[in-house]
Every structure is written in C-alpha cells, then in structure tokens.
Design a protein around this ligand. Structure first.
Ligand code: ADP
Length: 433
C-alpha cells in the first residue's frame, strides 16, 4: 500500500517535470522540485525503516534489528522492549505450566482432565496405565467411549460426584481395585482422580479373615467345653468319668489360653515398630533353656541333638529370642514322628552372622506352601496342627521377632525327608567372647 502511494507520487513528480520541461517553465519546476524533495526525503527514510521492520518481524528477529537513528530509534527501541517482555512472560508461563504437568505426572494417583463434553483434555501416565489410555491417541476423545465399564458410564452421566466410585479391573497379571472420583472445576470442566486401593482392600480383607479365624479358633474349644458341661449336668457320672471330662475340658482351656497368649504376643510385636533392644544374651544359657523345654516336650520320643558351635553373646530382646527359638524347636518336635531326629545348632558363619537352625527328619513341606507359612493361621494340615497344640500363629510370631532383630527366617524343606528352619542374625548383633 505504502509503496503504491510512493510509486504514484513518483510518477506524478515525473509527469510534472516532463510538463515543465515541455513548457520550459524552469522557475516553477525548481521551486516545486525543492518542495517535493523536502517532503519526500523523510518519507523515503520512513519507508526504508518500515521495510526493515517488516523484514525483521517476518523473520521473528525484531530484537536483533540494529537501531536506526532519529525518531525511529525510539519507536524501534520500545517495540524491541515490548517483544522482549512478552517473550519473557510467555517463557515464565510455559515453565509454570511444565511444572504443573510434572507435578501431576509425579502424583501416585491417576488424573484425567475433562472438558464440558467429557472429552479428555489431558491425562497423566498413571491414568494411562490404569485404563490403557494413550494421551496422544485419545486426546479429545469422550472418556465414556474409552472407559466403558457400565458403573463408570452411569456415574458420569448421573452427574452426582459427591461420593467416589469403586471399580475392580481384571488384569492379565493381577486385579486392580480403583477408587474414582470426579471433581468439577472452572467452566464446567471436570477432574477425574483415580486412586489404586488394591493394597488397602487386601489389608481390609486380611483383617476380616483374621477376625473370622480368631472367632473360629475360639469357638471350637468353647463349643467342646459347653458340650462336656452339658453332659456332666445331664448324666450321673462316676468319679473316674468326671475326672476324664475335667481333664478334657482342661485341655480345651489350655488351648484357648495358648491362643490368647499368642494373639497378645503378636499384637504386641505388631504394635512395636522399633528395632529390638541390644540387650546382652548369653547363647549357652539360652540354648540350655531351649534344650530343657525340648526334652520336656519330646519326652524321649525323638533323638535331640544340640550343638553350640560358636559360643558367643547375642544382642537382642531375651523374651522374644527365647520365644522364636522355642517356636521353631517345638514345631520340629510336634511335626516329626516318634524316633525322628532333631538337630538344633548355633553357629557364626564366615560373614560374622549368627545362625540358629533347627533340622528335623519330619514330613517336610512342599514348595507351594513355603511362601505362606508365616501368614497368620496358615496351616498345611489343620487337624495335625490342632492335635499337637498348635495355634497357627507360631511362625508369624517368629517372623515378626526376626524382623525386629533385622534377622532373616530361611526355610528349606523336602517333602518326605524333613525341614530346616534357620534364623540368621546380622553381625552387628553378635558379640564373640
Ligand atoms: P502351628 O501352630 O500350626 O504349628 P506355625 O505357624 O508354627 O503354626 O506353623 C505353620 C504351619 O507350618 C504348621 O501348621 C505346619 O503345617 C507347618 N510347619 C511348621 N513347622 C514345621 C515342621 N518343622 N515340619 C513340617 N511342617 C511344619
């Protein structure tokens, strides 16, 4: 536009000059030429600067443009400052935006931002994993076309987001329990938050199982005792029969007592998250104590070997250590048939770790049971465990005690040949004489 006007003026000027030459009107020609020159020079100068400005704006390099002199210098300077400030602001906003994205990505929860039509505006990678989404592919797709679970589609369409929604997803490797909740925000948009509650649900199920197990374990001896009492009430028993019944009731009462004691021990261990104290425990004394108890329990039915290979002190909680060792030894005695061999050994290995091991020639345990043996109330043979006075809590207690002493519980077993249970204590808890 500007160059068209300049061209038009230039042509007008040439026409004027030609007309004056033809008319030989030299005086008018000179004065008008000077007048035009005075107006044209600044115009040409402005035109040149505008052309430069145009070129630098096209290349987006306004800030690199050298400043002209005069009036245009100020204009260019202000323009450059404006562009620089705007770019700075944009960069700050971009950085802030990036930080928000990173924060949302770092969240352990799935986050999906939905627009007013429930189309995905953005989602983090956790949400992608939960629902098999791919943001690049699924951006601006309606969420109910991608998460097709009927309960979710209903939740979304009901528009009642006060309560969360729990959905169970069946995965190829494991199942997922997800808690979803939608939070409306600006301009009719919605934020879908997804929390993985699989572990929480498992813990909840374990707690329920535990209560059911305890109730079951308690109910059995109580029912048996009530049966005996009713019999004693209704039948006229002689002294020998009464003694027999009393003895049987006593055995049930002892069973309940053992169960309650083990439950209390377990509860105490679970509530105590601190490491065990570093009290000095003399291994020879502990081994002698364990040996006495073992002999009393076995009553000569087994061959018992006790080997104290490295006499030393152990740093820990005496009551807990004795309880863990006794549990392992009593299991070996209870599960090994008569004339079996039980070998109890204490040794310090080459790394300075203390190892308490109990070997038996009992029935052994097949490998599928091994990882679950320390679960509360897990038994391979329920009736065998009960018949021998087991509560199903022994190894759970041993495991907790081991944890409190930073020790490992290692189990090796071959069905039909026997088992080896070992507690390995860290070198820091061993004091050689
Ligand atoms: P329980 O009171 O039933 O013995 P534990 O927690 O001590 O409970 O042991 C869990 C289960 O591990 C037992 O029921 C038993 O089936 C198995 N078990 C433990 N020790 C041995 C062992 N030495 N030989 C064979 N099985 C064992």
């Amino acid at each position: 536009m500007f160059s068209a006007i300049a061209r038009f003026l230039f042509i007008l000027f040439l026409a004027f000059v030609a007309a004056n030459i033809a008319l030989k009107n030299w005086g008018a020609m000179v004065s008008v030429s000077v007048g035009i020159g005075v107006v044209a020079i600044p115009l040409v100068y402005s035109y040149i600067n505008l052309a430069r400005l145009r070129k630098f704006t096209i290349n987006d390099s306004l800030e690199e443009m050298p400043l002209p002199s005069g009036y245009w210098e100020e204009v260019f300077f202000r323009l450059q400052r404006l562009v620089r400030n705007l770019k700075l602001k944009i960069r700050t906003i971009e950085k802030q935006h990036e930080r928000f994205i990173l924060a949302f990505q770092a969240s352990p929860n799935g986050i999906v931002m939905l627009d007013d039509l429930d189309q995905i505006e953005w989602c983090n990678s956790i949400a992608e994993q939960f629902f098999g989404l791919n943001f690049k592919r699924d951006a601006m797709q309606r969420i109910n076309f991608l998460i097709r679970r009927p309960e979710f589609v209903q939740y979304l369409s009901r528009r009642q987001f006060k309560d969360p929604l729990l959905i169970e997803l069946m995965g190829p490797a494991s199942n997922l329990s997800l808690l979803l909740q939608i939070f409306p925000f600006a301009d009719n948009r919605r934020l879908l938050m997804v929390q993985d509650v699989t572990d929480l649900r498992k813990t909840d199920a374990m707690r329920r199982d535990f209560v059911a197990n305890v109730s079951h374990e308690m109910r059995t001896p109580i029912t048996v005792m009530i049966g005996f009492l009713e019999t004693m009430q209704s039948l006229d028993l002689n002294a020998t029969q009464r003694d027999q019944y009393f003895e049987m009731m006593m055995s049930q009462a002892r069973r309940m007592k053992c169960l309650v004691e083990d439950l209390l021990t377990l509860a105490n261990l679970e509530s105590n998250t601190q490491p065990a104290p570093m009290n000095l425990l003399q291994l020879p004394t502990v081994m002698a104590l364990i040996k006495n108890d073992a002999q009393a329990l076995s009553q000569g039915r087994h061959a018992l070997n006790f080997n104290l290979l490295s006499p030393c002190n152990l740093l820990g909680d005496e009551r807990e250590i004795v309880s863990a060792f006794s549990n392992l030894v009593s299991n070996a005695i209870r599960y090994t048939p008569d004339i079996g061999v039980i070998t109890v050994t204490w040794a310090v290995n080459e790394q300075g770790q203390g190892e308490f091991s109990v070997d038996d020639t009992g029935p052994g345990i097949s490998s599928e049971h091994l990882p679950r043996l320390t679960e509360r109330f897990y038994r391979i043979d329920r009736s065998r465990s009960r018949d021998t006075g087991g509560t199903g809590l022994g190894l759970a207690i041993v495991k907790h005690i081991a944890n409190r002493h930073q020790a490992q519980l290692l189990i090796e077993s071959t069905p039909g040949k026997g088992s080896k249970f070992m507690l390995r204590f860290p070198a820091e808890r061993i004091k050689i004489f």
